[in-house]
Write a protein that binds this ligand. Structure first.
Ligand code: ZN
Length: 262
C-alpha cells in the first residue's frame, strides 16, 4: 500500500468516527452528514488497482517442415519412451461402449475423422472428444487423394477441417490421407489448409497387431485402428498386446511440440 493511500483511509476513518458521534448526539439514527464529509468518504473509496500487465506469451515454435517447405509425413514420433500413439480412422461404427472405455480408462487416442461417416452423428465424436480424444482431419469423402487435382484435394482437407471446427470448437491441424496414399500435391493442399503434419502409421490393429516392420513395437510408433464392428473388444485385445510388450499408449499432445496444434 502506498503512503498516500494509507493517508486516504485514515481520513475516511476520521470521517466515520465523526459520523458516529453525530448519530449518538442526535439520538435518532443516522444524522445527515455535511456535504464536504460525504465527498471525502466518496473520494476515500479505494479504487480497484489495474490488473498487472500479463506477460507476452512465449512464441510457439512452428511445426518443422520437410526440406521442401511442406508438412512432413510422420509414422513415428521421436522418443526413447516405450510409448505408442493410437489413431482411430473414419468413424462408421459408433459404439457407445468404446466411448465408455476411452473415458473410464483415460486412453489417449487421436481420431482421424471422415465427414461422410461423422455427419450422421457428430455428437458421438463430441463424446469422444470430451473423453479426451483429439479430433483430426481425414477428408470429406475418403477419396484416393492422388487421383484429385490440387483444388479438389484442398477442398477435401479444408472443408472437413472447417466443419470440425464448427462442430468441435477446434480446427484440426493434423491430416491423414485415406489409405495412406498422398503425394506432394496433398502436402501442398494440407499446408494451405493449415495442417502441420500428415500421418501415416507403423502398425495396423484389429485385435491382433500387424507390423510393417517385423520385430514388435518401437518407441513412438503410430498404430492405426478403425471404427468397425466389435471395435471395443478388439481394442481391449490390442491394449493387452501393447502392454505385454511393455508399451503404454500416449497422447500426441504430450509428445509433439505445441506448434503442431496451432
Ligand atoms: Zn480411412
Amino acid at each position: 500500500m502506498t503512503p498516500g493511500r494509507r493517508l486516504v483511509f485514515r481520513t475516511a476513518a476520521t470521517v466515520t468516527v465523526a459520523a458516529l458521534a453525530a448519530d449518538v448526539m442526535t439520538g435518532c439514527g443516522r444524522a445527515a452528514l455535511p456535504a464536504h464529509a460525504l465527498a471525502q468518504i466518496r473520494s476515500a473509496t479505494p479504487t480497484t488497482p489495474p490488473p498487472p500487465t500479463a506477460p507476452a506469451p512465449a512464441a510457439v515454435r512452428p511445426a518443422p517442415l520437410g526440406h521442401d517447405g511442406l508438412p512432413e509425413v510422420l509414422s513415428q514420433i521421436k522418443t526413447t519412451d516405450k510409448v505408442v500413439f493410437i489413431t482411430v480412422d473414419d468413424g462408421w461404427q459408433k459404439d457407445p461402449g468404446f466411448v465408455k472405455l476411452i473415458r473410464d480408462r483415460k486412453i489417449p487416442i487421436t481420431v482421424f475423422l471422415m465427414n461422410d461417416a461423422a455427419k450422421e452423428n457428430y455428437g458421438y465424436f463430441r463424446q469422444l472428444q470430451q473423453a479426451g480424444a483429439l479430433i483430426e482431419d481425414h477428408t470429406l469423402t475418403h477419396p484416393v487423394m492422388t487421383r484429385l487435382s490440387y483444388a479438389q484435394q484442398k477442398y477435401q482437407i479444408c472443408h472437413s477441417a472447417d466443419l470440425y471446427a464448427q462442430q468441435y470448437g477446434v480446427r484440426p491441424t493434423l491430416f491423414r490421407a485415406p489409405y495412406g496414399i498422398s503425394n506432394n500435391t496433398t502436402r501442398r493442399a494440407a499446408k494451405a489448409c493449415g495442417m502441420r503434419a500428415l500421418f501415416f502409421w507403423k502398425e495396423t490393429a484389429r485385435g491382433t497387431i500387424l507390423y510393417q516392420v517385423p520385430g514388435g513395437l518401437h518407441p513412438g510408433d503410430v498404430i492405426l485402428v478403425h471404427f468397425l464392428p466389435h471395435m471395443t473388444r478388439n481394442f481391449l485385445a490390442m491394449l493387452k498386446r501393447i502392454k505385454k510388450q511393455g508399451f503404454t499408449p500416449a497422447a500426441f499432445k504430450d509428445y509433439l511440440p505445441a506448434g503442431y496444434f496451432q
